[in-house]
Design a protein around this ligand. Structure first.
Ligand SMILES: [Zn+2]
Length: 158
C-alpha cells in the first residue's frame, strides 16, 4: 500500500502516523488529499503543479479528469501539460480519452504534449512509458503498485 503525505506529498508507509520527510502528522487530512491535489493543479509554482498532476495520475481517481482537462485547456507550461496528459492517460476512461484526443489534435499545444496525449510515450517527462509509474520521478525511490493507491486513499489509508 502506498500513501502520500498530504503536506509534502512524499510517499509514506501505510501505518505511519508522522511523515518521516516533513515530520508533520498524517491522517486527519488524508481524506482530503485528492481535493488538495486538485487545488494544487492551479498552484503558481509549475513544479507543484507537475507533482500534483503526477500524483493524480498515480491515484487514478476519475474525479481528477475534469481538473486535469482544465489544466490542459489553460496552462502554458509544457511540462505541466505533459504531466497532466500523462495523468489523464493513466486514469483512462471515456472523458479522459476525449480530452486527450482533443489535445492531440490541438496545434496550439506543444508537440511533446500532443505526443503524450496521443499515446506516444517517447517524450515522457519521466523518460519511460510505464503507466505503472516511477517513484524515482519524485525522488522517493520506492516501487509501488498504483492499482492499490486509490483504494488506500478512499479507505483513509488503513
Ligand atoms: Zn510530509
Amino acid at each position: 500500500m502506498t500513501r502520500y503525505c498530504p503536506h509534502c506529498w512524499a510517499e509514506v508507509a501505510a501505518q505511519a502516523e508522522v511523515c518521516p520527510h516533513c515530520g508533520r502528522s498524517l491522517g486527519e487530512d488524508a481524506a482530503d488529499f485528492l481535493g488538495k491535489l486538485i487545488v494544487a493543479l492551479q498552484h503558481p509554482d509549475p513544479l507543484t503543479q507537475r507533482r500534483a498532476a503526477f500524483l493524480l495520475g498515480r491515484i487514478r481517481d476519475p474525479r481528477a479528469v475534469a481538473p486535469l482537462g482544465a489544466v490542459l485547456a489553460g496552462q502554458a507550461d509544457v511540462y505541466v501539460n505533459g504531466e497532466a496528459a500523462f495523468a489523464l492517460r493513466a486514469i483512462g476512461g471515456e472523458r479522459a480519452g476525449a480530452i486527450l484526443a482533443e489535445v492531440a489534435d490541438d496545434p496550439s499545444q506543444s508537440i511533446i504534449v500532443r505526443r503524450m496525449a496521443a499515446g506516444t510515450p517517447r517524450e515522457s517527462p519521466r523518460g519511460n512509458s510505464g503507466q505503472t509509474g516511477d517513484a524515482g520521478h519524485l525522488g522517493t525511490g520506492e516501487s509501488t503498485r498504483p492499482a492499490a493507491d486509490s483504494a488506500s486513499l478512499q479507505e483513509g489509508g488503513t
